[in-house]
Design a protein around this ligand. Structure first.
Ligand code: PLP
Length: 396
């Protein structure tokens, strides 16, 4: 067999997105691009703010020496300084630039965190449903992903179950807020209680259990919702984030890891993260992107555009009879599948030329994920099909 056995299994496991992609291409060939309504990918459709292009042009024209040189493994000092000044506001705590490592997106951030913290067999505990890549990332570094179902219908953390599941091998508790695929933002009280549980469990098992908060959607929040900062509630915590969604730059691979200023052994952890960045082969985050985000701290796409899409879909789908909790962040809806088998319902939607991902693909069966970072025309074009599909279920 050419490919490693484990990779073969992984390819099978990760095939939902691939199947959707292939199905989308097939349907587009038959019906035309504008007749296929693709809600399967979290690829932002809102263009980056104008200032992104302007700043990129300026950087591209620069003749400064070293513009395209290898960067320090932890990132340019000036970029880390700009981040630390902004994070002091965003994360409600002042932090030195040395507490920050610039990464290739949050995906790169999670991989360096896992590389830095996990020994073989260590467990990463996270609520389900979860971003499907987590299990691959944990495995990359010898870790094992374990999940605990979130509470329904609001998908808040089930703290009691999490407390029961934290064991002697738990090294990391991983949360993601705003959440992919549910759009849920965990309230401050939940994070505070989680912090207490982790303190007690760390002393019970005699080692630090780290809290890792994956926050690439931190700025994509609606109404008065905001994402509480884990640093305020637990000392041994790390945040990874990125500019993929808030600047609409997912292909450019730029993000960060920030370590709580109160973490034990902070310098060792930063050294490990920095080395991991190098030896995982990222070497450093892209130079031009580091300089770009240095100048654009706090800039974000117009979140009102996503809110309008969310509101339109929520109103229409609820009217058709779909059951859902209105999410206050990210750009995903996670309604209940009208059929108990979400994969069967996804097939019904495909017959309407609508592509969504089954909740089963996120360890959240019985639901479907709708990524609404798409054009208004896609949303409007899909609504009659969403209505017909649920009506067919009622007759089944
Ligand atoms: N974490 C979650 C929950 C995501 O949804 C994504 C991307 O969709 C990532 C991490 C990776 O994001 P990035 O592009 O910053 O690597």
């Amino acid at each position: 067999m050419a490919v490693a056995r484990k990779m073969n299994q992984f390819i099978e496991k990760s095939s939902w997105i691939r199947r959707m992609f292939e199905e989308g291409a097939r349907l587009k060939k038959i019906h035309g691009e504008d007749k296929v309504f693709d809600f399967s990918l979290g690829n932002p459709n809102v263009p980056p703010p104008d200032i992104v292009g302007e700043k990129l042009l300026e950087l591209a024209r620069s003749k400064d020496p070293g513009m395209h040189a290898y960067m320090p493994n932890a990132g340019l000092l000036s970029t880390r300084s700009a981040m630390s000044a902004y994070f002091a506001k965003e994360f409600c705590t002042s932090m030195a630039r040395e507490q920050i490592v610039v990464t290739c997106g949050a995906a790169g951030g999670l991989n360096i965190i896992f590389k830095a913290l996990l020994d073989p067999g260590d467990e990463v505990l996270c609520p389900a449903p979860y971003f499907v890549e987590y299990s691959f990332y944990a495995d990359n570094h010898g870790g094992v992903l374990k999940s605990v179902p979130a509470r329904e219908p609001d998908f808040n953390l089930d703290l009691e179950r999490m407390e029961q599941e934290i064991g002697p091998r738990t090294k990391i508790v991983l949360i993601n807020s705003p959440n992919n695929p549910t759009g849920q933002v965990y309230p401050e009280e939940t994070i505070a209680r989680l912090g207490e549980i982790l303190k007690a469990k760390s002393s019970q098992f005699g080692h630090v259990i780290y809290l890792v908060s994956d926050e690439p959607y931190r700025k994509i929040v609606y109404e008065n919702c905001s994402v509480p900062c884990v640093f305020a509630h637990y000392p041994d915590s790390l945040i990874t984030g990125s500019y993929s969604k808030d600047l609409s730059l997912p292909g450019e691979r730029i993000g960060f890891v920030a370590l709580s200023p109160s973490a034990e052994d902070g310098q060792k952890i930063i050294d490990a993260l920095t080395l991991a960045n190098r030896i995982l082969g990222f070497v450093n985050a892209p130079a031009i992107m580091q300089r770009l985000v240095e100048a654009l701290q706090g800039v974000c796409v117009d979140v009102g555009i996503y809110k309008a899409k969310r509101d339109r879909l929520v109103a229409a789908l609820s009217g058709f009879g779909y059951e859902l909790t209105v999410p206050c962040g990210a750009f995903y809806l996670f309604p209940k599948s009208p059929l108990p088998d979400d994969i069967e319902f996804i097939r019904l939607l495909q017959e309407e030329n609508i592509l969504c991902v089954p909740g089963s693909g996120f360890a959240g069966p019985g639901h479907i994920r709708i990524a609404y970072c798409v054009s208004d025309a896609t949303i409007e074009g899909a609504l009659p099909g969403f209505e017909r599909a649920i009506k067919r279920c009622k007759k089944m």
